[in-house]
Structures are given as C-alpha cells and as structure tokens.
Design a protein around this ligand. Structure first.
Ligand code: TK8
Length: 347
C-alpha cells in the first residue's frame, strides 16, 4: 500500500515539474521572447502583409542587411504575406510584446490612434514629392510620436503608395460606373464611408483574405497601389483597373515599445537609422516598381482612364466624408495636414 502511494506521489511530482517546465517554454514562446539570453544575438522578427515580390519585402531585407552589418548582437528575420499576422493583429502583437516589428499601412492604425485617419481622407496628397515633404518634416515626426501611448515606437515612414481601383464587373471611367460595386476596403471607417459616398457597396477585410475573396467572387473589386495589384496576382481574378489615385497610403515602421526598452542605446540607434535608410530605399524602389507595374497591368488588364472632369465629381462626392471625419479625427490636426500639403505644393 505504502509503496503504491509513494509511486503515485512521485509520478504526480514529476508531472507537476514537467508541466511547469512546459509552461515556461510555452510562456516564453507566447511572449515571443526573442532575446538571445546568455550572450547570443537577439532576433528581431519583422511582419509584413505583402508577399516576397513586393518592394516592401525588398526594403525589409535592406533593413536586415543594414542592422546585421552594424552589429553581431541583433539578427533580423522577415516574415512576408501575413505569415505571422495581418496588419491589425500584428499591431496588437507589438502592443503585447509578442512581435518586434511590423510595417503596415497607416489605415488599420486608426483603430488605435484616430489621428492617422488624415492619411485616409480621399484626394489629399497629390504626388510622391509632396508626400515626402509632409512625412519627412516636423509634422511627420509628430505623427510618429502619436503611437507611443499605444505601446509602440514609430521609427520611420515607408511607402505603400497611391491607391487605384480594380474590379471584375465593368470599366470605371466615371462616378456612375462605381455604382453598387462590392469593393473590399481596409478595416477603416473613412475608406468605408468614402466608397459609400461614391456609390459603391464596400466591405472591410484583412489584406490576407483579399485574393481568396476576389477569386471566389464574394466581392467585385478592391483598391491598392499598382505594385500590390500586379505582384499579388490580381490580374488573375480582376479584369478592370482605373487610375483613381484616390488615396496616398504610407507604410509606417512600428517597433514594440516593450521590446524597444530592452535594447541598448547603441542597438536602438542602429535599428532607428536602418529603418530610416531602408525607408528611403523603399520609396525609390516603390516608385520605380509602380511605373513598371502600370505598364504590365495595361497588358494584362483593361485599363481605363478617369478624366479630369469625372475626377472632380469623385472629389465632390467625398467632400461630406472629409467634413464628417475632420471632426472625428480632430480639426486641428486635419487643418495642419492640409496646410503641410499646401506648403509642400508651393515649394
Ligand atoms: C499590407 C497592407 C496592404 C494594404 C491593404 O500589409 O490592406 O490593402 O494596402 O497592402 O497594408
């Protein structure tokens, strides 16, 4: 009897120890602890939504190269195509400290910092040069700092680019042509309201689900910059593309604050300068690829130009949305954004 009891007790003790051991491994994994510990290099994991053909992936590898060339105690791993998470979930993982870096569009960020909605107001930034002046000045720095009370550090501005409409129903040359098209938008109320004002029937959806939804025909179309349209193989599932150029979306380089605070000052400086330098590389490459992509899309899809006259009707139709969100985002920051654009245009 006694032997049996002792055996049972020791088995129970061993399983408790094993469970505790597993728990700590699981916890470690769950916390995404990537610090090398005992002198090994810390691994920084970067999550992006686009695939490994996209300029953003190229620039992420440039970031990796810059960091690893300057220090032995940091390694960078790049995960593309939303392998780790879509934009919104990746932002949440940064807040929990279970992911080090993500470089999403600013649009999903409005669910955490409403002020980023300025970049979703349609027909504002007119070209890349103005975008650079608005983002690379004091105003851009101020916007980067706005993520700090959300458990993140904003390190640099990268570029997603000018968004254009594709669909599988009809050529879109006019406001009339947009009527009742089922358009996927990012998870962002301004985009939703803007496409409703244009007469479409919009649906918010994570980028990682978009190709399948187009393939299955649950939506008629989507809107993204030309590189994303081409390199995500949308011509396989979309017939029409139009040069709506309705929004300029930045990519924003975000670092988990919890993990940032574990880095040495020297490591932080290396990461910050690499994020900025890779961002400049990203913009150049993105603009080259955008031109190349449009040329290829004109061969693979039916390309339709929106005339200046029709473009004005698009702008008029979304004016009430801009007025509505000027209050929701904050009139002061919206006015400052518009004056930054005006100043940049007059330079
Ligand atoms: C990629 C996304 C994407 C965006 C979208 O991470 O969701 O349509 O334009 O490219 O940020």
């Amino acid at each position: 009897m006694r032997k049996g009891f002792l055996l049972l007790l020791s088995l129970a003790l061993i399983s408790v120890l094993l469970l505790a051991g597993c728990g700590s491994d699981t916890e470690k994994e769950a916390e995404g602890a990537t610090d090398g510990g005992d002198g090994e290099a810390r691994t920084l994991r970067v999550s992006i939504g686009v695939n490994d053909k996209h300029p953003e992936y190229e620039a992420s590898l440039k970031f990796k190269e810059l960091v690893e060339s300057k220090t032995d105690d940091l390694k960078v791993e790049v995960y593309h195509s939303g392998q780790i998470a879509d934009d919104r979930s990746a932002i949440e993982m940064l807040q929990f400290g279970t992911l080090d870096i993500t470089i999403p569009s600013t649009s999903p960020l409005v669910n955490f910092v409403p002020e980023f909605g300025i970049f979703d107001l349609p027909f504002t930034i007119p070209n890349g040069e103005v975008a650079d002046q608005v983002l690379d000045g004091e105003f851009g720095d101020k916007m980067l700092q706005m993520v700090e009370d959300q458990g993140m550090v904003g390190l640099a501005w990268w570029e997603n680019g000018f968004r254009n409409l594709t669909n599988d129903v009809r050529p879109v040359a006019s406001l009339e042509d947009v009527k009742s098209l089922k358009i996927r938008t990012m998870e962002n109320d301004i985009h939703l309201d803007a496409w409703k004002a244009l007469g479409a029937n919009p649906t918010p959806m994570a980028f990682t689900e978009l190709f399948t939804a187009l393939q299955q025909g649950t939506i008629d179309g989507q809107e993204n910059p030309y590189p994303t349209i081409l390199l995500s193989n949308y011509p396989e599932v979309q017939e029409h593309v139009s040069n709506t150029n309705h929004v300029y979306t930045p990519f924003i380089f975000l670092f988990s604050q919890q993990i940032w605070e574990q880095l040495s000052t020297e490591q932080q400086e290396i990461v910050q300068s690499a994020a900025v330098e890779a961002g400049k590389f990203n913009r150049e490459r993105n603009r080259e690829v955008a031109e190349e992509s449009l040329d290829k899309l004109k061969e693979e899809m039916t390309y339709t130009e929106v005339s200046e006259e029709e473009y004005k009707k698009f702008q008029e139709a979304v004016q009430p949305v801009i007025e509505k969100y000027k209050d929701e985002i904050g009139a002061e920051i919206v006015d400052q954004f518009f004056s930054e654009i005006e100043n940049a245009q007059s330079n």
